[in-house]
Design a protein around this ligand. Structure first.
Ligand code: SAM
Length: 254
């Protein structure tokens, strides 16, 4: 088992903060240690110092490292009360930090149930979760909060080796475009969005990074468009121009 020392932890947490804004404070040391150990095993690299040197100059392995350390927990219809912002007439929705696709596919289903079919851009920094989202195949535990009639209407049941899995139907998959996007650094997508979901990712950022991300995303939010954050998150104590509507929901009125 590789043990990470303080110098290595500081170097890696600085790199992670710089690359994707995630704040790995000392309490996250064990998590970093465990995920790094797994990555070293998978790559066959036998020293942490060697690994640090590699990710400092190899952007492909840096992406794998960020994949390994990001927390991608999500499920279908998570915090579905937020979907009240989805309303007929909306044409473009951005699900930033979409993880493995459960969130944008839930949004697509909610919109279809309400009788409209917007284009949904789903982005995440992790290429690993984006691959899962593109495949659109999920185990039953991801859909625990999904009503049975929705499962029947929008999912296909797997058979034989796919027993226990469900696949999102093609009409839903076609509504969602999955792409890699770093909230901090990548050029903003073209176009302007009626709603931006940025849920359960701000929680990993400090105030400076949160401010930067929220203000960046607002540049592509339509006037009167909604900005939605996670239930455990808040925009208090950061500088932004959005107006509070109700918990987790803000509107751009500037
Ligand atoms: C906990 S998941 C949230 C998923 C989904 N939004 C939800 O609420 O269920 C957080 C996601 O944020 C992504 N993430 C972390 N830092 C990011 C960054 N700088 N840019 C884009 N995505 C990032 C992670 O890869 C992860 O998939």
């Amino acid at each position: 088992m590789w043990k990470i020392n303080t110098r290595q932890f500081e170097k890696l947490s600085k790199l992670v903060y710089h690359e994707c804004g995630i704040n790995l404070h000392d309490g996250k040391r064990e998590l970093l240690q465990a995920r790094l150990a797994k990555r070293l095993r998978n790559t066959g690299i036998n020293s942490i110092d060697k690994y640090i040197k590699i990710i400092e100059k190899d952007s492909d392995e840096l992406i794998n490292f960020l994949d390994a350390i990001s927390t991608n927990h999500t499920f279908f219809f998570r915090e579905k009360q937020h979907f009240e912002v989805l309303q007929k007439g909306q044409g473009k929705i951005w699900c930033a930090a979409s993880s493995s696709g459960e969130e944008p596919y839930s949004i697509a289903i909610d919109c279809l149930e309400k009788g409209f079919s917007p284009d949904i851009l789903a982005t995440d920094i992790s290429t690993h979760v984006l691959r899962i989202g593109t495949r659109g195949v999920y185990s039953f535990d991801r859909v625990k909060q999904t009503p049975p009639y929705i499962l029947k209407k929008y999912f296909q049941k797997g058979h034989k080796k796919w027993d226990g899995y469900l696949r999102v139907k093609d009409n839903i998959r076609r509504m969602v475009l999955l792409q890699r996007f770093n909230l901090l650094t990548d050029p903003l997508p073209t176009g302007i969005f009626d709603v931006i979901f940025c849920r359960n990712v701000l929680i990993y950022f400090d105030g400076i990074t949160k401010t930067k991300v929220v203000n960046r995303l607002c540049q592509v939010l339509k006037p009167n468009g909604y900005f939605v954050i996670g239930g455990a998150e808040s925009l208090n104590n950061i500088n932004h121009k959005l107006q509070y509507v109700k918990p987790s929901i803000y509107v751009r009125n500037f």
